[in-house]
Design a protein around this ligand. Structure first.
Ligand code: SAJ
Length: 423
């Protein structure tokens, strides 16, 4: 099967690396994004996100002519849809609006023989919905949900599974789960991934493929919730949770993950809700894990209040406005610039509203603070620690792990990631 042009819809954390990697295999790629700023930036060989080595591969793709970006879909042989799937409202219902818009826009340029793959993390049934939206838009073409194996258009779900920070490596090395609406759809999708994937392409149906992605992230969420629950229990019992975990993990069949200030990002903090919203009565453990992880920032804020009260009790001449707090890290995980759904952001935002004294923030991966944190000061970590009375470590960025620990000796510390514990 020949794909002379591939189009990637949505040039974010998944779409842009995917587009650049396919272009690096000397296949023509048209990347599509609704943001003209993003499109202009990519066409000038630059990138709008932080991901190791992505800048190099995008620049190479644009310079060699294999990669270009556009604001609306153009004809291609295969379309890979990688748009966001957030959730809405209190009940965490998945919002498929971006998929619907992308599907309708792509449908307009489809021709017989084309392949459409949904990569966005999706609730079970979303691929079938996408196929229905496209079929409605193009009654002149036949689709697999009605025409089966002989359809003009092939449609499959193939969830992305790459880890931010290691995307370029994982995009080629990881195995892929491919769920076609029909076996012919799966075969076409497997042929597309064979252009750049060295891992195995495992074929299943599209509902199993959708669920596999949700289950992978829920598995991690449940395991992190276990670690976070342990951290709260250990705090009460005066046990160092990181030491406890390292000791327990010496058991050959125990592998406890690491506690932190909560779970962030647009995947693990979101995807389990897609299962809960479709099976609210049955998904009790998955919901409970989400709630445990979501409750952690409030627990950290409560700890900060207690530390502050103790500091003021130890320094009775001081008022609260004389106490300065340094927050180290805003990103949702180490060594990335992504602040989406970040528990560190939740904590910093709350502090900026409630703390009467100075709030210093160190986040080496951003150039300016988000608007919500306007009242705080962005500063390098060493200076923040130097000035602050209380230091709160929220993200285990490399820069913070390498800090001179002697500077922390005289400070009140809250290390939510366990990087400064004595080993
Ligand atoms: N975290 C902990 N303790 C841990 C591990 C992680 O608190 O022991 C926290 C992180 O600090 C972060 C959150 O969990 O706030 C999520 O980080 P992560 O590194 O576990 O995962 P993501 O969100 O960057 O990427 C996940 C990956 N899924 C799995 O590992 C099952 C990735 O493979 C998926 O492709 C990605 O979600 C996605 O796009 O869905």
């Amino acid at each position: 099967m020949l794909f002379s042009t591939v189009s990637v819809i949505g040039l974010g954390y998944i779409g842009l690396p995917t587009a650049a990697v396919i272009a690096s295999r000397k296949t023509k790629v048209i990347g599509v994004d609704v943001s003209s700023e993003v499109v202009d930036k990519i066409n000038s060989g630059e990138i709008h996100i932080v991901e190791p080595d992505l800048d190099i591969i995008v620049r190479d793709g644009v310079t060699s002519g294999f990669l270009k970006a556009a604001t609306s879909p153009e004809p291609a042989d295969a379309f890979l849809i990688a748009v966001p799937t957030p959730f809405t409202g209190k009940n965490h219902q998945p919002d498929l609006d971006y998929i619907e818009s992308a599907a309708i826009a792509v449908a307009k340029v489809l021709k017989s023989g084309d392949l459409v793959i949904l990569e966005s993390t999706s609730p079970v049934g979303a691929t079938e919905k996408m196929a229905a939206w496209m079929a409605k838009e193009r009654p002149d073409l036949s689709f697999p949900q009605t025409a089966g194996e002989t359809s003009d258009i092939r449609i499959a779900h193939c969830p992305e599974r790459v880890l931010p920070g290691q995307i370029l490596q994982e995009i080629t090395v990881n195995d892929r789960v491919i769920g076609g609406i029909t076996p012919a759809c799966s075969k076409a999708a497997a042929a597309l991934y064979s252009l750049f994937v060295q891992g195995e392409c495992i074929v299943t149906d599209c509902r199993t493929a959708e669920m596999s992605k949700l289950v992978e992230n829920s598995f991690r969420d449940v395991n992190i919730a276990f670690a976070n629950e342990l951290s709260v229990i250990c705090d009460k019992l005066n046990i160092n949770v990181w030491e406890l975990i390292s000791v327990a993990n010496r058991h050959p069949r125990v592998n406890i993950l690491q506690p932190g200030p909560g779970v962030g990002g647009h995947c693990i903090a979101v995807d389990p809700w897609f299962i809960v919203s479709q099976s609210p009565e049955e998904a009790r453990l998955i919901r409970s894990a989400r709630e445990t992880n979501d409750a952690k920032p409030a627990w950290v804020l409560n700890k900060i209040e207690k530390l502050k009260a103790q500091y003021l009790a130890d320094n009775p001449s001081l008022g609260e406005d004389a106490v300065s707090i340094a927050v180290l890290g805003l990103a949702f995980k180490p060594d990335v610039d992504d602040l989406r759904e970040s528990p560190a952001m939740t904590i910093a935002e709350r502090l900026s509203k409630t703390h009467a004294g100075t709030l210093l923030i160190s986040e080496p991966h951003i150039g300016r603070l988000p608007e919500k944190l306007d009242s705080a000061t962005l500063i390098d970590a060493a200076s923040a620690i130097d000035i602050a009375d209380i230091v709160i470590l929220l993200v285990d960025h490399k820069e913070f792990v390498e800090l001179d620990r002697a500077a922390l000796d005289t400070k009140v510390l809250l290390d939510t990631r366990g990087i400064w514990r004595e080993s």
